[in-house]
Design a protein around this ligand. Structure first.
Ligand code: MN
Length: 250
């Protein structure tokens, strides 16, 4: 069944990720736009999850280095389990200890258009040409499956930019590191939603982190004392049962 693997890997009473509605596999009207999303994900390692809507699900690849706008740079893209279409709206924290635990950012999104007459056939053959219309990514791309190596569980693909007006040697991951929906860095998502800020921060460009630290005390009137007060309150309540017992006996 579609999404079985996705659901098997997650505990929806623990994670905020969507369970996804039952999938009706239908092509839909030809004119309907197909969604794409790229989620920057600081889990065990930083990667970019590249997802294309097809057959009622989001086909998904994990791209360790993220997409490159330079046609000379091929980026490894490991096929991963299909995700529900509702996942496209997910930005936030996957709790530590859960599958994919860490911080998720919606790095880019928009629509994609196949540049092949038969997408299913292209996926079978292992060469899917398409164009993207996102906030950050545009123009023509290709996903090419590499020859499977022995013992490899999942197919490795390469994500490559075609030569067109959108091709450039600029490093888009470095130049446009923020969320397209909230304008936040990974560290800001972790801060706002109770994630691991230190871990999230190593997925953000260092210059921007420095800037963030330099402006930490601006625009926060009268709130400067709050973190210290909270820390003091935590210390007061953090009395171990053994110590409580000792105190009682005194
Ligand atoms: Mn991921």
């Amino acid at each position: 069944m579609p999404l079985d693997e996705y659901r098997r890997k997650r505990r929806f009473d623990v994670t905020a990720e969507p369970e996804g509605k039952p999938v009706k596999r239908r092509a839909g009207p030809k004119s309907a736009a197909l969604a794409f999303v790229i989620q920057k994900h600081r889990a065990t390692a930083l990667h970019y999850d590249f997802r294309l809507q097809w057959g009622g699900v989001m086909l998904s690849w994990a791209v360790p280095k993220g997409p490159s706008l330079d046609p000379a740079t091929k980026r490894m893209a490991m096929a991963v389990e299909d995700h529900p279409i509702e996942y496209n709206a997910f930005e936030g924290i996957i709790p530590a200890g859960q599958y994919g635990g860490g911080t998720v950012m919606i790095w880019d999104r928009g629509t994609w258009t196949p540049e092949v007459p038969d997408v299913d056939a292209a996926l079978r053959v292992g060469e899917l040409k398409f164009s993207l219309a996102g906030d950050k990514l545009h123009g023509s791309w290709v996903l090419v499956r590499t020859r499977p190596r022995p013992g490899q569980k999942r197919a490795a693909w390469l994500l490559i930019k075609h030569r067109d007006a959108w091709a450039t040697t600029d490093d888009i991951a470095e130049k446009a590191p923020r969320s397209v929906v909230s304008n936040r860095l990974l560290v800001e998502i972790a801060r706002d939603e109770g994630g691991d800020m230190k871990r999230a921060a190593d997925g953000d460009p260092r210059a921007l982190l420095r800037n963030l630290l330099d402006h930490l005390d601006e625009g926060r009137p009268a709130s400067a004392a709050r973190p210290a007060r909270r820390a003091a309150a935590n210390r007061r309540t953090a009395t171990s049962p053994a110590k409580k017992k000792r105190l009682k006996e005194k």
